[in-house]
Write a protein that binds this ligand. Structure first.
Ligand SMILES: NC(=O)c1ccc[n+]([C@@H]2O[C@H](COP(=O)([O-])OP(=O)(O)OC[C@H]3O[C@@H](n4cnc5c(N)ncnc54)[C@H](OP(=O)(O)O)[C@@H]3O)[C@@H](O)[C@H]2O)c1
Length: 322
């Protein structure tokens, strides 16, 4: 099968270890189902795997990818849920201490086919095409859970989304608007800030700028570069919902501010199968659709990764495999 995979890992040159070509199809565990991938999208997670973060070298070569939409052998159109819990696990899959994401232990979605447990396929709502559906399982699901579960936001509240251009950030802008929130964003880049407003953000600010008033919650995926600003942006009792640390994971904690102002810091990873279903329902009900940086055929996977690594993408980069 055609696949994009991690050949070797290099923290400084992640794309140097990107393999593209034929790999043997995986031998699936008993009871898993095959999904013929029609569209798959890229995530920062794929770059971390190529850098050697979260993927031990002894598991190489490893097929990349956590997002896909496709068709099962028995003809069902599905979206793949990328959080693989251990057999028999009940409840929130993300809380299973032994859960993995596709491409960490089991081959990922950037291939002609991917095998997953039956519980990891969700029927694709016919209102969503395969490209839109392929954007959901990582960035959009993460944003959904950050806003409506980790931060517990309600219509009318204000959220600050740090780093406007990213996959999770653009998802948070769209879903936040769809869910009736006031959405503010920051960006290092005026062009991306302007595009965030076109997408629906109520206001965009320069990274680190003083805000008109403090916010109920912050969606934080940038990490060190924005952490201090995120803490200062919160009203007393506000919450930082954090799902990433692209610029570094060890900012000063500023504990005085955290306890004097009764702030909450809530970590969040991906989302549950039930939340993926709820996310689809939100998109169908609101008409919100993922923002796409580009859709490319699988032959252009390397260029797609170069675009992701450049940091210049705005929205999701999708590969089509049919
Ligand atoms: N926990 C989870 O389940 C989960 C799920 C998805 C993603 N993540 C993590 O969340 C992070 C973002 O993922 P993504 O797929 O959205 O990545 P992405 O599309 O590559 O977005 C990166 C964003 O970070 C901002 N950024 C990057 N470097 C920065 C710096 N030095 N200073 C300020 N801003 C910077 C950029 O914003 P501007 O250029 O607009 O300022 C850009 O919007 C990654 O670390 C990823 O691993 C976690």
């Amino acid at each position: 099968m055609r696949a994009a995979y991690v050949m070797h890992q290099d923290a400084g040159d992640p794309l140097g270890g990107l393999g593209l070509g034929e790999l043997d199809a995986p031998a699936p565990p008993a009871g898993w189902v095959r999904v013929h991938v029609q569209a798959a999208s890229l995530n920062h997670h794929d770059l971390w795997s190529l850098r050697g973060v979260g993927l031990p070298a002894e598991r190489l070569p490893m097929v990349l990818g956590t997002d896909a939409a496709g068709r099962t052998d028995d003809g069902r159109d599905v979206v793949v849920h990328a959080v693989v819990a251990t057999a028999g696990w009940e409840g929130d899959e993300t809380l299973d201490p032994r859960r993995t994401l596709l491409s960490e232990l089991h081959p990922g979605t950037l291939a002609d086919e991917v095998w997953v447990p039956e519980r990891n396929v969700v029927p694709r709502d016919p209102a969503l095409d395969v490209v839109d559906a392929a954007c959901l399982p990582t960035a959009y699901l993460t944003a959904y859970r950050l806003l409506f579960d980790a931060a517990g936001l309600r219509p009318g509240q204000t959220v600050l989304v740090q780093g406007a251009g990213g996959g999770v950030a653009t998802a948070a802008i769209l879903l936040g608007r769809g869910g009736g929130l006031r959405v503010w964003v920051t960006s290092r880049d005026p062009g991306r800030a302007a595009r965030a407003v076109e997408l629906g953000a109520h206001e965009a600010f320069e990274a680190g700028a003083r805000l008109p008033h403090q916010v109920d919650a912050v969606v934080e995926t940038v990490g060190e570069a924005t952490w201090s600003h995120s803490l200062k942006a919160l009203r007393p009792g506000g919450v930082i919902a954090v799902a990433g640390a692209t610029s570094g994971a060890m900012p000063p904690a500023d504990l005085n501010r955290v306890f004097f102002r009764s702030l909450r810091v809530v970590g969040s990873t991906m989302g549950t199968r039930a939340q993926l279903v709820a996310l689809q329902d939100l998109l169908v009900a609101t008409g919100v659709r993922p923002v796409l940086d580009g859709v490319r055929p699988f032959d252009e996977t390397r260029a797609a990764f170069e675009r992701l690594a450049s940091g210049e993408a705005f929205g999701k980069i999708v590969l089509t495999l049919t």
